[in-house]
Design a protein. Structure first.
Length: 277
């Protein structure tokens, strides 16, 4: 997000403020470089000591000592002749613990929602799927009288909201037909989508555009936009949205809200391990 209401530059991109160690441990840095080299270059047969030294422009004695230490901790493996190296299953096991330590949290999400709310003076929230509903997990609202209001834990029909439709967009066509057959579908307004055929057309556009709109489908006079939050597997596990009175928020969507939501969702998704291809 670029300029806030005070004209200051703000961003959700953590790479802008990437940390540089104040007291770098050179041997550790070299070890990390070697692991990274093995990640990028070691195929099934591994790479040789000479290839690592040449690729990283390091002395053979230093690389050998580091590899020997990594081998002793089972972080690298050797081939049968001991001449080639590759990453080990122990590193894979360590990597598998990472998703368990990263999930959506108030500490992570609320400051971002607050920043969006202060800039655009609209309501912002994050929703997660709960069966046939999307549940509000986090939300921040502006201190104004005319606004879209919700509360944490509120359940909204997944098919009649932008946040919900975005989550439905990753389902197959057959799953959408199943959803409409197995759940009670109510028309909240004249704009509510109540048939699987129309929903499939809507979901096609959502997949193509990367965002979802709700133009008074759940509540007369209120409209919303939502973008996906993805995890390390690329799955949509939540949606980030903005809501407000239709006449006020629709112009804002094209004049900044949509792009700011996209940047914010990328920041949150990156913390969950998602990497854009």
């Amino acid at each position: 997000m670029k300029d806030n209401e005070n004209g200051q530059n703000t961003t959700f991109d953590d790479s802008v403020n990437k940390h540089s160690p104040k007291y770098p441990v050179l041997t550790l840095e070299k070890a990390i470089e070697i692991i990274d080299f093995l990640k990028k270059n070691a195929g099934e047969s591994g790479v040789s000591l000479v290839e690592i030294c040449q690729g990283l422009e390091m002395k053979k004695s230093s690389v050998h000592r580091i590899l020997d230490t990594l081998y002793s901790y089972d972080y690298v493996e050797k081939n049968s002749s001991g001449s080639r190296y590759k990453l080990s299953w122990e590193l894979y096991n360590i990597g598998n613990t990472v998703p368990k330590q990263h999930s959506l949290s108030a500490e992570q999400c609320v400051p971002i929602l607050t920043c969006l709310c202060e800039k655009h003076i609209e309501s912002f929230s994050i929703g997660i799927r709960d069966g046939a509903f999307v549940t509000v997990a986090f939300n921040v609202e502006p201190n104004i009288s005319l606004k879209a209001s919700s509360h944490i834990g509120e359940k909204l029909p997944i098919y009649a909201t932008s946040k919900g439709k975005l989550i439905l967009s990753q389902l197959s066509d057959s799953k959408i037909y199943d959803f409409f057959r197995e759940n009670k579908i109510e028309a909240f307004t004249s704009s509510t989508i109540t048939t699987p055929g129309k929903m499939l057309n809507e979901l096609f556009d959502i997949r193509e555009n990367g965002f979802a709109l709700d133009k008074e489908e759940h509540c007369e006079g209120l409209s919303c936009i939502a973008v996906p939050i993805k995890n390390f597997e690329g799955k949509i596990i939540a949606s980030l949205g903005a809501s407000g009175p239709t006449q006020r928020i629709l112009p804002k969507i094209e004049n900044g809200i949509k792009q700011d939501l996209i940047e914010a969702s990328k920041s949150i998704s990156s913390k969950l391990g998602y990497k854009e291809k």
